[in-house]
Design a protein around this ligand. Structure first.
Ligand SMILES: Cc1ncc(COP(=O)(O)O)c(C=O)c1O
Length: 505
């Protein structure tokens, strides 16, 4: 015994000795009543100082795992709740206990979907991520913001905070939204753990206009088709029946929207008007007004996803829907800095009608009490120190450069596909409708290039002829190399097919 002990760097030696003895006790190698070696003896056996063993034994005594008998040494104490009459262990079939929400989450969890087998020797060029490029993060300013805030109120930050959110951050973001043209009268804000939690809290709180509660499919939502996969997943988990409206180059197809509204009632619409994921389309100002008028006429509230707004590469700023809605309260705005700043600090916000926020606050409190105050205060201090503008300028310049490079590569090397959108951290390509991007992925992966097939963004099982290229974390030379390979491989696959269908955008 005692020969498996290995010292690791970084953790106090006494703690490693204590944890090692504890491990021997819990696995039964040291039994109740057994005498532990003397401190001198164990120090010799483990190759550590006697002081470390003394401290380890004291700590084990404090926690009741060991008791000292004067003049005789240290003995292993019994662990209450184990070692009694043997309990026959039983096993559950947890898969049988999973409800509808859990099953949908698993079914639509594309991170677990089978990816083509990639060769370990080859360097992979991956266009699958649309996370920001961490090389751009201004770490020094983030560290300074953390230290600044901790110096001001570190003790308060480590205690419980408020469900509504960290007040200085809320005040900052309210002004931020006001500068986007939002009329704040009658509106309030809730801080959430990213956009995704905001959406989840909201969806979990809504019921249908006809009083439908949670019967799957009885609450109806409209959205762009294709749309953000995580939104689809959460809408489905919450039992919403989703109607997808096709997109045009400048946003939703209004005629199709009106037709859908005439056919049945809808409880809400989920829309991503700026740098839409996955298409990158920015809904034009005219279309935003028109669709708000239309949805207002049919009394359908809008959930606006404003996640990418700041990454405007060209053209004039287009006001968010919530700004266009003026003092009306029919738009719920979900904000996030996940693409603009750092997704690791999970901060998002819901800006909406005061009464609605009041309810969502209670739901948030019931679910998670509040979003990490440490994260919120760090973000607040970073914003307060004036770093957002400088950082966004730098990030936007870099992403725009990459976006234009990728666009030029697609135009040159993938002439068989049509490009959608005006920006974002990704490009969306559409091939003939008889083309299969899963087949393309398989062939590209064998050559070391992967991307996201577009079907997972579609409501109705379509989109197998589309794909999304995330470019934010791909090096310039890999963008060129990867897109060239995708184009060449697609051309080969297409050469074996007779002529095909029409593109969407
Ligand atoms: C459409 C859309 N909305 C919002 C987000 C951000 O979500 P979160 O703030 O939870 O990271 C993303 C991230 O990819 C997105 O694609």
């Amino acid at each position: 015994m005692f020969n498996e002990f290995k010292l690791a760097a970084g953790t106090p030696v006494y703690l490693q000795v204590k944890n090692y003895i504890l491990w021997l006790i819990t696995k039964g190698a040291l039994q109740e009543g057994e005498r532990l070696p003397s401190t001198r003896e164990l120090a010799g056996l483990l190759g550590v100082s006697r002081g470390s063993v003394i401290t380890a034994y004291e700590s084990l005594q404090d926690e009741g795992f060991v008791h000292a008998v004067t003049g005789r040494g240290n003995f292993v104490a019994g662990i209450s709740g184990t070692g009694g009459a043997a309990l026959e262990p039983w096993h559950m079939d947890w898969s049988e206990r999973m409800n509808h929400q859990a099953r949908i989450a698993v079914e639509l969890d594309h991170m677990k979907r089978k990816q083509p087998v990639l060769s370990a020797e080859r360097e992979i060029i991956s266009f699958t991520s649309i996370a920001p490029d961490e090389q751009l993060f201004d770490l020094d300013n983030v560290k300074r913001a953390f230290l600044d805030r901790m110096a001001v109120e570190g003790r308060v930050l480590l205690n419980y905070g408020y469900a509504r959110g960290y007040k200085p951050l809320i005040n900052y973001l309210m002004k931020y939204m006001e500068r986007k043209g939002v009329n704040l009268a009658g509106k309030e804000m809730l801080i959430t753990s990213g956009f995704t939690e905001g959406l989840d809290i909201l969806l979990s709180s809504l019921r249908g206009v006809e009083g439908a509660e949670s019967v799957a499919g009885s609450i109806r939502v409209l959205c762009e088709n294709p749309t953000h996969h995580t939104a689809i997943k959460n809408l489905r988990r919450h039992g919403f029946a989703i109607t997808g409206i096709p997109m045009q180059a400048d946003g939703l197809d209004l005629e199709a929207l009106e037709q859908a509204l005439q056919e049945q009632t809808y409880d809400c619409a989920y829309l991503v008007p700026s740098y839409h994921n996955p298409t990158g389309i920015v809904t034009s100002a005219e279309k935003r007004l028109a669709l708000l008028q239309l949805l207002g006429r049919y009394h359908v509230p809008v959930i606006e996803d404003g996640f990418n707004e700041e990454l405007r590469y060209s053209g004039a700023h287009v006001a968010p829907l919530i700004a266009m809605a003026g003092h009306g309260n029919g738009v719920v705005y979900l904000g996030s800095f996940s693409k603009v700043l750092f997704p690791g600090i999970r901060i998002g916000w819901v800006l909406a009608d005061r009464e609605l926020i009041d309810v969502l606050e209670s739901v948030k409190r019931a679910r998670s009490i509040h979003t990490s105050t440490l994260d919120q205060s760090l973000l607040y201090q970073y914003l307060h120190n004036g770093h957002l503008e400088k950082y966004v300028k730098k990030a936007r310049t870099e992403y725009k450069r990459k976006y234009e490079l990728a666009r030029a590569c697609c135009e040159e090397f993938v002439p068989d596909a049509r490009l959608a959108g005006n920006g974002g951290l990704h490009l969306f390509l559409e091939f003939r409708d008889d083309f299969d991007t899963w087949e393309l992925l398989e062939a590209c992966a064998a050559q070391g290039v992967i991307f996201t097939p577009g079907d997972m963004f579609f409501i109705d099982g379509g989109g197998r002829h589309t794909l999304r290229l995330g470019i934010s974390r791909v090096k310039d030379e890999d963008i060129t190399k990867g897109i060239r390979l995708i184009g060449k491989t697609a051309a080969k696959l297409l050469a074996n097919k007779p002529s095909g269908g029409t593109p969407m955008y």
